[in-house]
Design a protein around this ligand. Structure first.
Ligand code: ACO
Length: 339
């Protein structure tokens, strides 16, 4: 049984193509002012034709492995958070294992929608508690531009594609002379939760089957193939549940918000991010925001934001960082990281 769990290296990737708000104005009846004021989004990245979820993850994975000073062959497990897998079977984790050229290590997908990264931290914590010999690659990647209805202005402006990765182990193992993404970050605590009763209808995305209805040969793809959401319902639950679980986690660790140096919420939209900061009494200058560049990348948003926060020196050694997410299901969670 180990009681120390480290994030040893970080990586991220955003596809090259950028979709701006004015690009979207050519597709749907929207405008810059509406999108920026309601969501904070200025542009988002979009996977190239043929670029898959796992292709994106491989870029982030190599960056995180190099930062941790680890070869792919030293991995013992791949955990892959995503709600937009390459395929249901094989898992995207198994596909990435193949693309990294390794064999015979545990690999599985985790679907907790936008909370997938936090859920992945908690699963990794359990694996490392059971066997401290693990070297775990945790990926969080979404290709959401393939699941939005480009005729639905209420959703198509919100989402983007991207990937984040961390390598986790029970040891300090980042190289001696740390590069930007090489860190031995202590996972001080993590909590996850879900409520299918309130969340079941508010955010839905299926793969051509809905509530047991199977598509048959010749059927047209229905609207249930695309992301559908009740924005106001999501907002209400998000701004309640994220602060609540953050407070519960901080209580369990004996911290108050004054012990936290930076807050990185899931970049769902600017109003949710700001409301979570306010409800936690976190000064706005300590809340990291990069939604303007990427849109909502679901579970990838936190690990991508962690990397950008490191690049921008927003997070520095010695700081204690609170991360929190909320997503479809509903699911939500929080974790405290000591850099
Ligand atoms: N451009 C212009 N007008 C728009 C657009 C658009 N892209 N989308 C909707 N509108 C219109 C609507 O049609 C509506 O017009 P109407 O009054 O004539 O009917 C009007 O704007 C207001 O629509 P609402 O849906 O009521 O807008 P609201 O003020 O609730 O804001 C928003 C919408 C930003 C989605 C908000 O509900 C919200 O922030 N919800 C959270 C949802 C979210 O973040 N989802 C992400 C996925 S889940 C997650 O990551 C946690």
């Amino acid at each position: 049984m180990t009681n120390r769990i480290y994030l040893n290296g970080f990586g991220y990737y955003a596809p090259a193509e950028i979709l701006t708000n004015s690009d979207l104005q050519k597709l749907v009846d929207t405008n810059e002012e509406w999108i920026v004021s309601r969501t904070g989004i200025v542009e988002r990245h979009m996977a190239a034709p043929g670029e898959t979820n796992s292709d994106m993850a491989v870029h982030a994975a190599y960056m995180a492995l190099e930062a941790a000073g680890l070869e792919p062959s030293e991995l013992t497990a791949i955990l892959y958070a995503t709600a937009t897998p390459d395929s249901l079977v094989p898992s995207t984790a198994a596909t990435v294992q193949m693309k990294l050229g390794i064999h015979r290590v545990m690999a599985m997908d985790i679907n907790a929608a936008c909370s997938g990264f936090i859920y992945g931290l908690q699963v990794a914590q359990g694996l490392l508690a059971a066997d401290p010999g693990h070297n775990i690659l945790l990926l969080a990647t979404e290709l959401l531009t393939g699941k939005v209805n480009w005729q639905d202005r209420a959703t198509c402006v919100l989402f983007g594609d991207g990937s984040g990765a961390v390598v986790m182990s029970a040891e300090k193992r980042a190289p001696q002379q740390p590069a930007l993404f090489s860190n031995d970050v202590l996972l001080e605590g993590v909590m996850s939760s879900a409520d299918g009763t309130s969340g079941g209808e508010a955010l839905r995305m299926t793969d051509g089957e809905s509530n047991g209805r199977r598509y048959r040969v010749g059927d047209k793809i229905g609207d249930d193939y695309f992301i559908r959401m009740n924005g106001r319902e999501i907002y209400k639950h998000a701004v309640r549940n994220m602060p609540e679980i953050c407070n519960k986690l901080m209580d369990s660790l004996g911290y108050t918000i004054r012990d936290i140096d930076a807050l990185i919420p899931h970049q769902a939209n600017i109003r949710i991010v700001e409301a979570v900061g306010e409800r936690l009494n976190m000064p706005p200058e300590k809340v990291f925001i990069n939604i303007q560049k990427y849109g909502n990348t679901s579970c990838a948003s936190i690990p991508m934001a962690l990397c950008e926060a490191l690049e921008q020196n927003f997070i520095r050694p010695g700081m204690r960082v609170l991360i929190t997410a909320f997503g479809g299901g509903f699911t939500w969670g929080a974790a405290v990281l000591k850099f």
